[in-house]
Design a protein around this ligand. Structure first.
Ligand SMILES: [Zn+2]
Length: 187
């Protein structure tokens, strides 16, 4: 089995096809978009503390537009994203800084339907080792039952010794077809 750790050979073509009209790369396209954004941008005069005092931990999935889906405005929240939206040590690091240095106290966890991690197994690590000769130190954190994974993530936040606030931790599954959140009972 080949790992999907390697990009498929046609992905470079796919990316350049979505770049700029004059043949630039996708990053060139983003930089051009930023120039337009900055042209209309006015300094909101905010400090770094999120207005709503909330940190959202979510999957990196491209179909999940957190600000639109949750009615969030610029400056409202911290967003911490990774593959699966799983609560890794690095997510705890960010939450700890979010709470202790920047004043947040609520945590919202968002997984979603059709997550890529549901089709992976921990064999991914073995395949990687076979391919590159080195075993990654991190777990893949794949899962089969998204509800159970949200519960586990809530538990990891609630039991972290580093966090100041663990009384308002709620977990959800976002349906990528309907746009609706479904709350997961922590029990
Ligand atoms: Zn996902």
């Amino acid at each position: 089995m080949t790992t999907s750790a390697s990009l498929p050979t046609n992905s470079e073509d796919a990316i350049s096809a979505r770049g700029t009209s004059d043949g630039g790369t996708v990053t060139d396209r983003l930089v051009e978009a930023n120039e337009r954004y900055a042209a209309d941008f006015t300094d909101p005069g905010m400090d770094a503390r999120p207005v709503l005092g909330v940190a959202v931990v979510a999957c990196m999935d491209a179909r999940l537009d957190l600000h639109s889906a949750l009615g969030l405005e610029l400056g409202d929240c911290h967003t911490i994203r990774n593959a699966g939206g799983v609560v890794t040590d690095d997510v705890i690091r960010s939450l700890t800084i979010s709470q202790r240095a920047l004043g947040t106290r609520s945590v919202v966890l968002i997984h979603h339907t059709g997550c890529g991690l549901e089709s992976l197994t921990e064999e991914f690590r073995q395949d990687l080792e076979n391919e590159v000769g080195q075993r990654p130190t991190w777990a893949v954190e794949s899962f089969r039952d998204v509800d159970q994974d949200v519960r586990q993530s809530m538990q990891r936040v609630r039991t972290s010794p580093f966090l100041l606030h663990s009384d308002d931790v709620r977990g959800f599954v976002f349906d990528v077809r309907t746009g609706l959140l479904r709350e997961i009972d922590p029990a």
